[in-house]
Design a protein around this ligand. Structure first.
Ligand code: SF4
Length: 248
């Protein structure tokens, strides 16, 4: 861990700072309360602005990996909210992963390969929080999936341009990977790629959303139901073509 924590930070001061050095390493987890057990994952910082608490204390000045790809970013992002609430456990790991993927990407993928060598990884989801930094990052994850054919991979990305560019290059996605393109609502031309997910906030539901499968993890009023991805499995296995998430 190359992250330094200033526990005494006051308004305008920064809690988490970091510098890339030999202590910077990748952080992977074998699940969480929403995914369930056995879905390995990593996260990076989300958003495109520094994270600042309501009392003015700056959690970190490192910018996230999303680069404004979500229309309703700062206001609605569950990843930002979660990260602010549980910053003790999240932010140091997310900063390390962000730094490695930005500046020492080969090292990150070397550590990811080691993860698979030393663990039985049967399901993997990149960036629960954060996004693909650029097309190279996206393409390297896709390529990685071909080296681990016994593992099921899935991801959500609001940078759907990467999916379209990949398909436009004439390549198919590997069979063990489901690439979900996430959008707030359906857009013109969505039908050109197969796996899409949307958000239903209940206030202005697009009529096209109603008939689609809704993720059972949350109820229509956004409460947790206790279902996890490792019990549902719809997304990792690509059992449907469209998933709608109740806003939570
Ligand atoms: S539909 Fe199932 S697999 Fe997909 S996010 Fe919801 S609970 Fe997880």
């Amino acid at each position: 861990m190359s992250v330094y924590r200033n526990k005494e930070a006051k308004c305008g001061e920064v809690i988490y700072d970091a510098k890339l050095d030999e202590k910077t390493h990748a952080h992977f987890r074998p699940g969480n309360s929403e995914l369930g057990n056995g879905i390995w994952n990593y996260s990076t910082l989300a958003g495109e602005h520094p994270m600042i608490l309501s009392n003015g204390v700056v959690l970190t000045e490192f910018l996230g990996t999303c680069q404004g790809c979500c229309e309703h970013c700062e206001h609605d992002c569950y990843a930002r909210k979660y990260c602010m609430r549980y910053h003790n456990t999240c932010i140091p790991a997310y900063i390390d992963n962000t730094l490695l993927l930005r500046h020492k990407r080969d090292d990150f993928f070397k550590e990811m390969k080691n993860l698979f060598y030393y663990n039985m990884v049967s399901c993997f989801r990149p960036h629960i929080s954060g996004e693909f930094i650029d097309y190279d990052h996206f393409e390297r994850i896709v390529k990685f999936t071909t080296t681990e054919p016994d593992c099921r991979f899935y991801f959500y990305t609001a940078k759907k341009r990467f999916i379209l560019d990949y398909l436009a290059s004439g390549k198919d996605f590997p069979k063990n990977l489901i690439p979900w393109a996430s959008c707030y609502k359906p857009e013109e031309g969505d039908e050109v790629y197969p796996f899409r997910c949307y958000v239903d906030d209940g206030k202005n539901p697009d009529p096209r959303l109603r008939g689609f499968f809704h993720c059972p993890k949350n109820s229509p009023d956004g409460r947790k139901t206790g279902v996890t991805c490792s019990t549902c499995k719809v997304c990792p296995l690509g059992k449907v073509n469209v998933v709608v998430f109740w806003k939570h």
